[in-house]
Design a binder for this molecule. Structure first.
Ligand code: ADE
Length: 224
């Protein structure tokens, strides 16, 4: 898979790309990630990429031309399965969309900034818009990193234990059950007996029961 990320603050991705599962997936050749600085296509001596919004109002808007040029250049080099704009005024990201995106070959992700991006750019190139939650961040870089992480960990070989992704919260509309590791007792708190029983069927039943109980308590909306 190839992921191209377009950003006005490319430095924000440095640490994220060089640690953990993302780094492992890159090293294994499962994913190539390219970060593009929108300023490279900025206008004039000062490489301008944003301007005041028509009609007045606070906040700068990313201009259509620099982004159109950058995106058109990338599109001329390969076909993209999706060109995604991270923005709070979009459907909220859910696991099924992550699953779908993980099957693609080429993804482009635009991290917005300032007040947003000229609507004409959205009409011209964006095929999917995604919010990571009902709150507003100062830029789309963290949302782009969130989406990238969620997708990459599903690529076959990215995680050391392949079955792990399938037992995540949300993969079956349930939150994940509690997990324990050694020691078996800590400050008087014991690991549930069933987990030490070695009985796989009983353990699976217990986990399912716990997942349902927790989901009912914390996220009853998922059970509807
Ligand atoms: N940019 C700013 N806030 C955002 C959010 N919640 N989701 C996606 N992109 C954003």
């Amino acid at each position: 898979m190839r992921i191209d990320i377009l950003s006005a603050v490319p430095q924000l991705f440095e640490s994220f790309l060089n640690y953990s599962i993302v780094q492992r997936a890159k090293k294994k050749g499962l994913v190539q990630i390219f970060i593009h600085d929108i300023h490279d296509y900025g206008k004039g001596k000062y490489k301008q990429i944003d301007d005041y919004q028509y009609g007045g109002g606070a906040g700068m808007v990313l201009m259509v031309e620099p982004l159109d040029q950058l995106i058109s250049q990338l599109k001329s080099e390969r076909n993209y399965d999706d060109i995604i704009f991270m923005t709070p005024d979009a459907p909220v990201l859910k696991q099924p969309v992550v699953n779908e995106l993980s099957l693609h070959n080429n993804l482009m992700i635009l991290a917005g900034h300032y007040k947003g991006v000229d609507q004409r750019l959205r009409n011209l190139h964006i095929t999917r818009e995604i919010s990571i939650g009902d709150y507003v961040l100062s830029g789309g870089e963290l949302p782009a990193a969130v989406l990238t992480d969620a997708v990459i960990r599903l690529l076959p070989g990215a995680m050391s234990d392949e079955t792990s992704a399938l037992t995540d919260s949300f993969q079956n509309d349930l939150l994940a059950p509690p997990v324990y590791t050694r020691p078996p007792e800590y400050k008087g708190m014991k690991v549930p007996d069933v987990l030490l029983s070695g009985n796989h069927q009983k353990i699976a039943d217990w986990r399912e029961e716990q997942a349902e109980k927790i989901t009912r308590k914390i996220r009853p909306d998922l059970l509807d």
